[in-house]
Design a protein around this ligand. Structure first.
Ligand SMILES: [Mg+2]
Length: 354
């Protein structure tokens, strides 16, 4: 079967999650310095990227990701809850809503948190907890240290979580950055943007149809690729995003269609086919060796295989030699057909397949 379609994962392959991490960090900065008035903490992360990274060092974000805290809104929630849990003397007797809750903290706290040590301690104390359970543990830790009895306010997807979510999104959209006198944050790229563009151009000019299968919402995919001038290289019907996953889940009254489930990939391959058919097991198993998924993680390989596609991976999703070796082992184990340094090697690999 001749390869004619390439479906790309986004984060780690073309884009990076740096912008999301910056939003999580800035959400904590705003909460601590602007809302709670602990000025002087964290330097000037609006204008200085290094000060931004220092709010939550990359290793700690990787540690949270490694413990399956995948949602960047959950990352913001964990950072905020754990930071607040380290504020000396802070106590909340009662609070009916988030502003009330934060006012009580502001009135009782005796100084800044011992940070990021508090986060290091939290990760050690919760050894073994993962994903949503770990995220909830951050809320529980805060509740305990404040002597606060309201369980609802600090639950995952509860009022405080949504409060932080909304602040996060204001940084993501650029609104909050402008308010603080900074420039809107840009999406990072896995390799220099001109190399990505040259590769996509070569592939498109070579007759391949290009699509995406990503956990990002469509608007954020459009923003990221549009901002980088890369959107036109992709077939606009072949973008499998979080939106198509959520629509199908809602329509069919089910959950769990996110990656590694092959749904968003199948949608990208068959944009006009109804979700009921895409979910049919026999349909999913159809051999689709004309399609190659280009990913950076085990979940991409699992998704590709579940949809009868071929899968190759790149190593740009991780930073540092140790993390790279670890990722390489995982991808070998997942049986990716090829593991390339970055996407600039994809055209050569394709030539070798003819
Ligand atoms: Mg990825």
């Amino acid at each position: 079967m001749k390869i004619d379609t390439l479906i790309f994962d986004m984060d780690g392959v073309i884009t990076t999650e740096e912008k999301y991490w910056a939003c999580a960090r800035l959400t904590l900065w705003e909460l601590v310095t602007q809302t709670l008035g602990a000025s002087g903490t964290f330097g000037d992360p609006i204008h200085d990227p290094e000060a931004r990274e220092a709010i939550a060092p990359d290793e700690l974000i990787y540690a949270l990701k490694g413990r399956a805290v995948n949602s960047n809104w959950d990352i913001a929630f964990v950072l905020a809850c754990v930071y607040l849990s380290g504020l000396p003397d802070a106590t909340v007797i009662s609070a009916v809503d988030v502003p009330d809750f934060l006012e009580a903290i502001r009135d009782t706290m005796a100084g800044p948190s011992l940070w990021p040590q508090t986060l290091v301690d939290f990760l050690a104390e919760t050894h073994g907890a993962k994903g949503k359970a770990l995220t909830q543990e951050a809320g529980n830790r805060l509740r305990r240290t404040l002597d606060f009895s309201n369980e609802d306010l600090l639950r995952v997807s509860g009022p405080f979580w949504w409060y932080l979510h909304d602040r996060f999104q204001r940084f993501y959209s650029g609104e909050a950055m402008r308010e603080y006198g900074g420039s809107p944050l840009l999406d990072g790229t896995a390799i220099p943007a001109d190399q990505i563009e040259a590769t996509l151009k070569k592939l498109r000019d070579g007759g391949y149809t290009l699509g995406a299968a990503t956990g990002r919402p469509r608007s954020e995919l459009d923003d990221a690729l549009g901002g980088l001038g890369l959107l036109d290289y992709f077939d606009s019907r072949r973008l499998g995003t979080l939106d198509v996953v959520r629509q199908a889940e809602k329509k069919l009254g089910i959950v769990g269609l996110e990656k590694p489930h092959p749904f968003c990939l199948l949608h990208a391959i068959h944009p006009n086919t109804a979700p009921e058919i895409l979910l049919d097991e026999e349909f999913q198993k159809t051999r689709r060796h004309n399609v190659v998924v280009v990913g950076d993680a085990t979940s991409d390989v699992m998704m590709a295989k579940a949809a009868g596609c071929r899968a190759i991976c790149v190593l740009t999703g991780v930073r540092g030699e140790a993390a790279r070796q670890e990722r390489l082992q995982l991808l070998v184990h997942a049986a990716a057909e090829a593991i390339l340094d970055d996407i600039t090697h994809v055209p050569d690999w394709l030539e070798g397949q003819v």
